[in-house]
Ligand binder design. Structure first.
Ligand code: KIV
Length: 284
């Protein structure tokens, strides 16, 4: 199983690594079996799974519901639970309790928190209790209203210096890695070089130690235009639309169900349940 020590080793050995978001049992199983070393149950699930306009409405209970499904699907990957907005803001007690729920109830191995400032002290507390912490700096979506929109961060020298200082403090506080989102490539490169722990970029250029993307963006499960930093590796939404149209056509024309899909009254007793290994990836 991938551990936080392995993630550090990736950086020490100069091995670039991938992280993907996962939100359910099946996608976690697929990503895990192809060897994606880190799966993040991101609060982006609020937008891509639940249809909220931002990540802000996502609740701890919604996150746990998906975390539990992911932990049932993954065997090898390091699983990171993303602390949703207002699940760690009211007090350290609230943050510790919710981080603990991710580990105890959700089956996560680590948590991710957005921002610097008081998150640094909180990181020290959580890691001191045995809960590994992934930091998240730059474009932090939970600060969308403070940032005035989803805008690239770190464009001025003062902003870049702030990100670098926060990253160093998170490292000192015990964070095992830091996501750098929506920052210029040069800034991500500077931070990556200055840190002992790995950085994981999204919209942060090629100089980070790892790269993360959102499942729905990578596999084309969205209908709109993907952001500039996304590379699409499949077109699942189009495939589903094509398949759904063919199914509806087959039903309309009477082509489905065919004889091969029917049960007869005579012959051996048949189970309607496929065997477990036959339903792997949904193939029957
Ligand atoms: O919620 C999420 O998916 C994230 C990643 C984009 C890093 O925080």
């Amino acid at each position: 199983m991938t551990t936080v020590l392995d993630v550090q080793r990736f950086k020490d050995e100069g091995r670039r690594f991938a992280m993907l978001t996962a939100y359910d049992f099946l996608s976690a199983q697929i990503l895990d079996e192809v060897g994606i070393p880190i799966l993040l149950v991101g609060d982006s699930l609020g937008m891509v799974m639940l249809g909220y306009p931002t990540t802000l409405p996502v609740t701890m209970d919604e996150m746990l519901h998906h975390a539990k499904a992911v932990s049932r699907g993954a065997r090898q990957a390091l699983l990171v639970g993303d602390m949703p907005f207002m699940s760690y803001h009211a007090s350290d007690e609230q943050a510790i309790e919710n981080a603990g729920r991710f580990v105890k109830e959700g089956g996560m191995h680590a948590v991710k928190l957005e921002g610097g400032g008081r998150i640094i002290e909180l990181t020290r507390k959580l890691t001191g209790m045995g809960i590994p912490v992934m930091g998240h700096l730059g474009l932090t979506p939970q600060f969308v209203h403070q940032m005035g929109g989803f805008k690239v961060q770190g464009k001025t020298e003062a902003q870049a210096a702030r990100i670098l200082a926060d990253a160093k403090e998170l490292e000192s506080a015990g964070a095992f890695s830091i996501v750098l989102e929506g920052v210029p490539s040069g800034v991500a490169g500077r931070v990556t070089k200055a840190l002992r722990i790995p950085t994981i970029g999204i919209g942060a250029g090629p100089k980070t130690d790892g790269q993360v993307l959102v499942f729905h963006d990578v596999f084309g499960l969205t209908t709109g235009k993907a952001p500039k930093f996304v590379k699409r590796y499949a077109g699942v939404a189009e495939e589903i639309a094509r398949g759904a149209q063919r199914f509806a056509d087959d039903v309309r024309t009477g082509t489905f169900p065919g004889p091969e899909h029917e049960y007869s009254a005579n012959g051996a007793t048949q189970s309607v349940e496929p065997k477990r290994d036959q339903v792997k990836y949904g193939a029957t």
